[in-house]
Design a protein around this ligand. Structure first.
Ligand SMILES: *[C@@H]1O[C@H](CO)[C@@H](O)[C@H](O)[C@H]1NC(C)=O
Ligand SMILES: *[C@@H]1O[C@H](CO)[C@@H](O)[C@H](O)[C@H]1NC(C)=O
Ligand SMILES: *[C@@H]1O[C@H](CO)[C@@H](O)[C@H](O)[C@H]1NC(C)=O
Ligand SMILES: *[C@@H]1O[C@H](CO)[C@@H](O)[C@H](O)[C@H]1NC(C)=O
Ligand SMILES: *[C@@H]1O[C@H](CO)[C@@H](O)[C@H](O)[C@H]1NC(C)=O
Length: 680
């Protein structure tokens, strides 16, 4: 049984066959040492399933003393010393008679395995993943199993009073906010804690395995223990301190695997963008000034979230109340950030919101106040943009909508912009323009190109975006220099995350409808940024258009449902993403014009043929880097094949795609994508 905390590895718990070859591995003699550098070779267990040694971290000057699955390519780390704190290069671990001692290059001690009255005779890296220090009479005097980090391995026992800590993040092993504890009374609990003081907040999960009939540690009395248990049950309901399982203002829900996921509600964004379990900051603050209060209805509005509540942030409850009264009361109240309306009750809540949860058991709705219509969008005059682009001279690109020009505008820290002239707007979308622009203006995600403003003067309709210095993915991918596999997979993941935001996380769902490498731009840091989202409605990229267009019958980026009467859903983007992912991994266009033979002109046909023949390796046969990292490449290709399933319902959601690419869920073998094509 494996216990998993957030940030914890999911797939690490398969056991590998034991090697039959006799080895002297496993034993570590007194005086043996390990040094933290690139050349360091770890101490292996007999079967070589587990290794004990230094792992280099993302910051290449830092190392972690740890135990990991040695024969699994991801080298999943299952235990670490020094509370997960990294140590500098050239730090040294020595096995002495007194135990393990870790010191930096100048000899300053950083960690040790604890003092013991007994002399250590030797160390042993057991095939169970347990590193033990053994006395001359073969008794273990120290075990890594007795000092767990964030993982329990098979055969490892958690003792009463035991605790696991989550990591800070996936790659920072220092102790994070989550704890998993076996209390002295027999209850297993999950709770968050204050990182600075280590104060444990009330549990958000309790196993309920308290058993007063169990023989208890002497020194503890029945009454005291049952009192402790009681307190935890009661205080879970009250739960007044700490932010809950997610950060302040965040909302926790359980995913398909019953693991907590945290999300900032609309109008809030992560305080630390790299810590998705962290706090969410509001995008605006309310003022209690008279002029704001008197025009509150013009300035603020509510976003509705069903089945969502922050049960511990109330400052006022009103009953009996109807929903209209509830809205009005919160709107007119400059302290009110959220109102919950359920039954005949209205609760008003103030910031920061804590213990946020989304669950069908919650009932009722949350009304989240937001400042409307500022969108930070600037309205430009035609003259301003004419000047900014020097008379629309420097062309950056052309798309289905018209031409994009480079321009310079003084606007906060930004000054180089991309001005998109929308020439081919459909006539009756005029009144939709403002609506759509507002929807686009409310999107904020690091994998989307940000809209800064717009111009709407008669027939002149333009959108002003931040400028992306590294051009389109098309030129990056199909240029002279092949980007590294790592760069390519990062870009693919960025695009998936941007799409996930558009499909599931922003206020109004946006189906992109035109995902292709020309519409993915790269910023200064080569992050993928999706552009042209939200324009599908304006540009009539819709079914009636495409069914007559020349793309009919080709297998470009368009999902088959475009050519049928089946409804257009977010799954069309998943399809296009799949094609794009295959292009990114194979580093070639979905359609090659020139003759390359062997049925390779259409990428997805080639992929399907290779897939059916069990020869996926042919797709990257000239790419040594890809062949050397076949596991990553194969995973990505299989995800791509899942996405291009002909039947939209067989395609995964973009959330699932993201999880598969991140490696948090397993990628299973997809069916052959075009099986049903003959029956349709
Ligand atoms: C490890 O060392 C101990 C003590 O020297 C010895 O008893 C044991 O057999 C050794 N184990 C292996 C697998 O070599
Ligand atoms: C290694 O683990 C096995 C299985 O739990 C156990 O029987 C053995 O005694 C362990 N060896 C040491 C040296 O702890
Ligand atoms: C991990 O996070 C802690 C606390 O934020 C920080 O002090 C430490 O430097 C980080 N470690 C690494 C290796 O980035
Ligand atoms: C990518 O952007 C950075 C930052 O603006 C710039 O220094 C670099 O030259 C760009 N690379 C290419 C290939 O344009
Ligand atoms: C396609 O766009 C046109 C023009 O906006 C619109 O009239 C039509 O209803 C749209 N069709 C679909 C299926 O969305």
């Amino acid at each position: 049984m494996a216990y998993a905390l957030p940030h914890l590895l999911l797939s690490s718990l398969f056991l590998l066959p034991f090697s039959a070859v006799a080895q002297t591995k496993g034993n570590v003699t007194i005086g043996a040492s390990l040094t933290a550098n690139d050349k360091s070779t770890p101490w292996l267990s007999t079967s070589e399933d587990f290794a004990f040694g230094f792992q280099q971290l993302q910051d290449k000057s830092l190392f972690l003393l740890c135990i990991w699955y040695h024969r699994v390519p991801d080298k999943n780390i299952v235990w670490y010393a020094n509370e997960g704190n990294a140590v500098p290069r050239e730090s040294k671990l020595v096995l002495a008679n007194g135990g393990l001692v870790l010191s930096d290059s100048r000899g300053k001690e950083l960690w040790n395995s604890g003092s013991t009255a007994d002399e250590v005779a030797y160390g042993f890296m057991n095939d169970t993943g347990n590193f033990v220090l053994v006395r001359s009479d073969s008794v273990n005097i120290w075990e890594s199993f007795k000092d767990p980090s964030d993982t329990m391995l098979p055969t490892q026992i958690m003792e009463s009073g035991g605790v696991l800590f989550s990591r800070q993040t996936e790659t920072n092993f220092s102790r994070g906010r989550f704890q998993f504890r076996l209390l002295l009374d027999g209850n297993l609990v999950l709770n968050t804690r204050d990182v600075l003081t280590n104060l444990a907040y009330d549990a958000y999960y309790i196993s309920g395995t308290y058993d007063p009939s169990d023989s208890l540690n002497s020194g503890y009395q029945d009454g005291l223990l049952s009192g402790l248990s009681q307190k935890i049950y009661v205080s879970t309901l009250a739960g007044v301190e700490g932010s809950g399982a997610c950060g302040y203002n965040s909302v926790c829900s359980l995913d398909d695997y019953r693991r907590p996921t945290c999300e900032c509600p609309q109008g809030f964004s992560l305080l630390d963008p790299d810590d998705k379990y962290g706090h969410c900051k509001p995008s605006f603050s309310q003022s209690c000034d008279d002029d704001e209060l008197s025009s509150a209805e013009d300035i603020y509005d509510f976003l509705e979230l069903l089945d969502t509540d922050w049960p511990t942030s109330d400052y006022e409850q009103m009953k009996p109340y109807n929903e209209e009264g509830c809205r009005k009361s919160c709107l007119q109240d400059c302290f009110c950030a959220v109102a919950i309306f359920r039954g005949e009750s209205c609760w008003k809540k103030k910031l920061p919101l804590s213990n946020g949860r989304k669950d069908t058991g919650v009932n009722g709705k949350a009304l989240i106040k937001f400042r409307k219509a500022e969108s930070n969008l600037r309205c430009f005059t035609y003259k301003e943009l004419l000047e900014a682009t020097n008379g629309f001279t420097e062309e950056l690109g052309r798309g289905s909508f018209g031409i994009v020009y480079k321009g310079v505008i003084q606007m906060g820290s930004t000054n180089v912009v991309a001005v998109k002239k929308l020439d081919s707007l459909v006539r009756d979308t005029e009144k939709e323009f403002k609506t759509e622009v507002n929807v686009i203006g409310q999107t904020h995600h690091k994998n989307l190109v940000r809209l800064l403003g717009f111009c709407e003067e008669g027939r002149h309709k333009m959108l002003v975006y931040e400028f992306m210095s590294n051009g389109t993915l098309a030129s990056f991918l199909f240029g002279d220099l092949r980007p590294s596999l790592n760069q390519r997979t990062e870009i693919a993941l960025g695009i998936a995350r941007g799409l996930l935001y558009l499909h599931e996380e922003c206020g109004t769902q946006i189906i992109h409808c035109d995902i292709k490498p020309q519409n993915i731009l790269l910023d200064d840091y080569y992050n993928a940024r999706i552009s042209d989202f939200g324009l599908a409605k304006l540009l009539m990229i819709n079914q009636s258009h495409t069914s007559t267009a020349t793309i009919r019958g080709t297998k470009g980026y368009f999902a088959p449902e475009w050519f049928r009467s089946t409804p257009i859903t977010v799954k069309v983007d998943v399809y296009s993403f799949g094609v794009l992912l295959l292009e990114i991994i194979c580093c070639r266009r979905s359609l090659e014009n020139h003759e390359i033979g062997e049925g390779r002109e259409i990428l997805i046909d080639w992929v399907c043929n290779c897939f059916q023949a069990g020869r996926l390796g042919d797709l990257v046969e000239n790419d040594m880097e890809a062949l050397n990292d076949w596991r990553t490449v194969e995973k990505s290709l299989l995800v791509g094949i899942w996405c291009i399933q002909e039947d939209p319902s067989s395609r995964p959601t973009i959330r699932r795609v993201t999880q598969m690419l991140e490696g948090v869920v397993e990628v299973t073998m997809p069916p052959y994508p075009w099986l049903s094509s003959t029956t349709n």
